[in-house]
Design a protein around this ligand. Structure first.
Ligand code: ADP
Length: 161
């Protein structure tokens, strides 16, 4: 059986930084499932369904990448889909402490699950969904941060508000 990995996140919205991680992961692992977290505590810009369909439209060129959503604990979802690897991206030292804590907790809870970190490409190290939303909310140009298909979807959200 091939190595199945899950790349979990909020992806609200997906950025070029996320896509870079997906592109690189697709060459390392046999199968990647992009897992969109249905996080009810946060107040997302895009619904989970919107995020899933947005990402599906962008990863069609990768035969080994699929997109799904999940609720609740990542380790439970990973078990459900028989994934043995969690992929996370590391941007700056500020990501490190939180990511290490989560990865270690997940390992204590589920010994078969390992987290693998890919360091961000330098040109995306500053990029986060939060920053993209902040810029878009002021009508700034976000075309360098997200794929062209996603730009109008974000702009549309802020037009309504
Ligand atoms: P979460 O709410 O789980 O942090 P995000 O959608 O913000 O979800 O991020 C999902 C994953 O993608 C995280 O591992 C995050 O570190 C990574 N990531 C986000 N932006 C970038 C980027 N610019 N470069 C590399 N990895 C990134």
């Amino acid at each position: 059986m091939g190595k199945r990995a899950i790349y979990p996140g909020s992806f609200d919205p997906i950025t070029n930084g996320h896509l870079d991680i997906i592109d690189r992961s697709s060459k390392i692992f046999d199968e990647i499932i992009v897992g969109v977290l249905n996080n009810r505590q946060k107040n997302p810009l895009f619904s989970v369904d919107e995020r899933v369909s947005m990402i599906k439209g962008l990863v069609g060129k990768y035969p080994n990448v699929s997109v799904d959503s999940f609720d609740g604990l990542l380790i439970d979802y990973a078990k459900e889909i028989s994934a043995s690897i969690i992929i996370r991206g590391l941007r700056a030292i500020s990501d490190f402490e939180y990511e290490l804590q989560i990865a270690q907790t997940n390992r204590v809870e589920s010994g078969n699950l390992d987290t693998i970190f890919l360091t961000t490409s330098l040109n995306y190290s500053y990029l986060s969904s939060t920053i993209v939303k902040e810029f878009a909310s002021y009508g700034a140009d976000i075309s360098k941060f997200v794929p062209p298909e996603v730009v109008p979807l974000i702009e549309q959200k802020y037009k309504k508000q």
